[in-house]
Design a protein around this ligand. Structure first.
Ligand code: UT7
Length: 328
């Protein structure tokens, strides 16, 4: 009988350069007080020049592989979740494959914004269960600093760069497993959060190049409302599918976009704050990387132990949402 799919290793990587709220207030009309009060973010990381999304992802992946005991040579599948790919084509996963030397692995990207890492987890889990692959490396990696409008205070203060990764394989006797997953999409709300230019719908031309069309645009208040409802529902779905009660959950790892959203979800799920993982004060919103980084930090800080039940829940552009319940 199949024992399911387990997370054999996690890793994360954050660029060295720190951009604080005070740094931002020197070139955009904002303040540390506004950003902390409205979001909880204190600082974010910025990739170095020449450091692209694949580099961030590969560094996180190396740590996850090391912890998993699976070598790059043995990897069969690489999925990179990102909205800030190195190039429109080929996929960022192809560069990661090359950088890791994972020559046997099939590699492709998925674009599901902040929910991307959990979309990748569901996909990889199913592919391993089907017997198509025996292991998978899933990565959430973003270089959002390359796609924010540094003149728009309503968005540029929110985002940061970073990457997280996990290695999945079939579970062995006595190991934990992914208990339940949920993913969803509402394309009617696509206009609430997008990068309008740079794709086939609105190519960047000499005439529109200065309009900042290839940067993130967001109707924050609307997104906020959807985020709370969708994440609460998705978390509840996996809790129910896993046959768990709220009190069985030792840690909730929510998408790291806004502390007020996180608090609202914790209240609605009836989970006390000390069982909710938060690191957005250090990194801001790193989209697809956020949950992956948080999972790795929680794991390495000893906040997740063998046998614990954890719930991860995400929300992002699309609109998309996703959740996973895991027995560690
Ligand atoms: O990762 C994908 C999911 N993304 C999210 O979940 C983000 C969801 N949305 C949010 O987190 C919040 O809506 C924001 C943090 C983006 C904004 O917070 P808010 O409490 O909804 O503020 P607001 O947009 O209503 O703006 C309030 C005021 C406005 O001024 P007026 O019109 O009241 O005079 C803004 O112009 O704050 C102003 N403002 C700022 N002031 C200083 C907006 N951005 C800034 C800023 N610094 N950076």
């Amino acid at each position: 009988m199949s024992l399911g799919v387990t997370i054999a290793g996690t890793g994360s990587y954050l660029p060295e350069k720190i951009l604080t709220n005070d740094d931002l207030s020197k070139f955009v009309d904002t303040s540390d007080e506004w950003i902390v009060t409205r979001t909880g973010i204190k600082e974010r990381r910025i990739a170095a020049e020449g450091e692209s999304t694949s580099h961030l992802g590969s560094k996180a992946a190396e740590k996850a592989l090391e912890q998993s005991g699976i070598t790059a040579d043995e990897l069969e599948l690489i999925i990179v979740a990102t909205i800030t790919p190195d190039t429109l084509t080929p996929a960022t996963a192809c560069y990661v494959q090359q950088q890791l030397g994972a020559h046997k692995a099939v590699a492709f990207d998925i674009s599901a914004a902040c929910s991307g890492f959990l979309y990748a987890m569901k996909l990889a889990k199913r592919l391993i269960e089907s017997g198509a692959f025996s292991n998978a490396l899933i990565i959430g990696a973003e270089k959002l600093s390359a796609f924010v409008n540094w003149k728009d205070r309503t968005t540029c203060v929110l985002f940061g760069d970073g990457a997280g990764a996990a290695v999945l394989r079939a579970s062995k006797e006595g190991e934990g497993r992914i208990l339940a997953t949920d993913i969803g999409t509402d394309g009617k709300q696509a206009h609430l959060l997008n990068i309008p230019g740079g794709g086939s719908a609105c190519p960047i031309t000499i005439d529109n190049a200065d309009e900042g069309l290839a940067t993130l645009a967001m109707l924050g208040k609307e997104v906020f409302k959807h985020a709370v409802i969708r994440m609460k529902n998705s978390a509840n779905t996996v809790i129910e599918r896993a046959g768990l009660q709220t009190e069985d959950i030792s840690l909730v790892i929510p998408h790291q976009a806004n502390l007020r959203i996180i608090d609202a979800i914790a209240r609605r799920l009836d989970v006390p704050n000390d069982r909710v993982f938060v690191n957005l004060h250090k990194y801001g919103n790193t989209s697809a990387a956020a949950i992956a980084i948080a999972l790795d930090e929680a794991h390495r800080e000893g906040k997740i132990k063998r046998g614990d039940n954890i719930v991860m829940v995400a929300f992002g552009a699309g609109l998309t949402w996703a959740a996973a319940a895991i027995e560690w």
